[in-house]
Design a protein around this ligand. Structure first.
Ligand code: HEC
Length: 147
C-alpha cells in the first residue's frame, strides 16, 4: 500500500539525513579543492577539476537516461540545469536519496543505497551546478589535469 511505502520512505529519509549532513561538503574548501570559496565546482576556462569531471561521468552513467544529455531534461523528467539554479545541496541530496513519487507525476527513483551514486553525490551536484551557472558547455568537458 502506498501509505506503508511512504512510511518506509520517511524512515529512509530519517536514516539518511544525518549521513547527508555528514557528507555535505564544506564548500569553503571546495569539492575539487579549489580556493573559489562558495563554489561547489572547479571549472577554469571550461576545463574541470577531478571531482566535477567525476560528477559528469556519473551523471551520464545513470541520471541522463531520464534527465537528458548534459542535464537538459527529457519529456519524462525535468532539466536539472534549470532546477539547480535554485536548489541547494541539502535539498538535492534529500531528493536523490529518497526519490519522488507524487500523484500524476513520473517517478524519480531513490538512490540512497546506490554506492555508485550516493557517496559521490557532491561531485554530481558540482557538475550540475557548473552547468546551471553556465560555466560548463554541453558535452564531455576537458580536464584541468588529464589522467
Ligand atoms: C527513471 C528516471 C529517473 C532517473 C534515472 C533519475 N531521475 Fe531524477 N527525477 C525523475 C523524475 C520523473 C523527476 C520529477 C519527479 C516529480 O516532479 O515528482 C525527477 C526529479 C529529480 C530532482 C528534482 C528536480 C526538481 O526540479 O524538483 C532531482 C534533483 C533529481 N531528479 C536528481 C536526479 C539525479 C542526480 C539522478 C541520478 C543519480 C536522477 N535524478 C535520476 C526521474 C529520474
Amino acid at each position: 500500500m502506498s501509505c506503508v511505502k511512504n512510511m518506509r520512505q520517511w524512515r529512509l529519509v530519517l536514516l539518511i539525513l544525518p549521513v547527508v549532513m555528514f557528507l555535505a561538503p564544506p564548500f569553503a574548501s571546495g569539492a575539487d579543492g579549489g580556493q573559489e570559496s562558495e563554489l561547489p565546482y572547479k571549472v577554469i576556462e571550461g576545463k574541470t577539476g577531478a571531482a566535477t569531471f567525476d560528477g559528469y561521468r556519473r551523471f551520464h552513467k545513470v541520471c541522463h537516461i531520464c534527465h537528458g544529455e548534459d542535464g537538459m531534461g527529457t519529456p519524462y523528467a525535468p532539466a536539472l540545469v534549470d532546477s539547480l539554479k535554485e536548489m541547494d545541496y541539502d535539498s538535492f541530496a534529500v531528493i536523490v536519496a529518497s526519490g519522488l513519487s507524487q500523484p500524476n507525476r513520473n517517478i524519480m527513483p531513490a538512490f540512497g543505497e546506490n554506492t555508485e551514486i550516493f557517496p559521490h553525490l557532491s561531485n554530481i551536484y558540482a557538475y550540475l551546478r557548473a552547468r546551471a551557472d553556465g560555466v560548463l558547455a554541453p558535452g564531455r568537458p576537458s580536464r584541468l589535469i588529464p589522467e
